[in-house]
Design a protein. Sequence first.
Length: 348
Amino acid sequence: MAASRLICLVLLVASAMKAQTATSWPEADKLFHTDPRWLGADAAFSVDLGNNRVLWLFGDTWIAHPGSHSRRDASFLHNTVAIQNGYDPSHASIKFYWRSTQSDPHEILPNEGTVWMWPGAGIRVGNSLILFAWRTTPDKSKNSLGFKGVGWNAYLVNNPDEPPTAWTLKKIAQQDDDITMTCTVLRQGKYVYLFGQGGKGRDLYVARATAQHLAQGHLDPLAWWTGNSWNGTRTTRQPILHDVDTETSIQPDPSGPGFIEINSQGFGASDIVMRRAPSITGPWTTATKLYRPPESDAPDAFVYAAKSHPELQGASLILTYATNGFTDATTDDLTRYFPRFVRVTLKP
């Protein structure tokens, strides 16, 4: 009897795994190749602006000079944005934005001296758009990737229906915290939940604020999850997950009640993994491999930044990930350093 139960359990697990199918989506990938000057970026966070519009927030970006289509002489910006019209990326149009002074391109989220902003998640609440960003500086220490995080910022945009170059940006928070609350922003009822990663165990934390306060540009007071309750004291916070990427995403499960977490697992070559939970605070399942990006099997693989985009249409779950490399070859290889789409069919 025990043996037959074990066989049934194995078959059920195998059936559930087969039910999750993930495939590349080249028709949607074309969306990020429509501007001859925008020559690639990473990050690729998205925000539903309403009225069939999606905001994209990108990290390091190459912007070609007019008439050029080469990264060799392009400007290198730490953030740019785009507005997508239409929720299905395989049929949508898109317009990319960066600021310009005379002929020189500049970031949408401005640098602060030697500190630059890498955009994270964002959310629209009523007529307000709230954006979160990593504060980042150069790091020349041994074994460094050349940068280090020094906290995070939050910005209020009170005219989000205007072109991004006309936005009125107001910084409403600057936190010098090793937990950067930039991964995901999710509204549930009267609360907006912020997720941030940090700590030695690559832990994921969650805090919440009322949507009403956030729409008014008031991020404080934040209430942190302590493991069994919400508390306004930062020292009492406890992680909800371990071993997650800095660009982890969390969204409602489109195939049933509960929530889904997506992130890249691995450094260099990576897989996209998924976890599920009945509530935002868990308990979360162990990570299940959902998709192996083909770029992970190429020489000089650097695949990262997997996340989901719940506002997009065209599949039950839509993901993107970033492709890069560890050598100068990426500069000349225009097949790299553009976000890639993945379509996922989920079953409960």
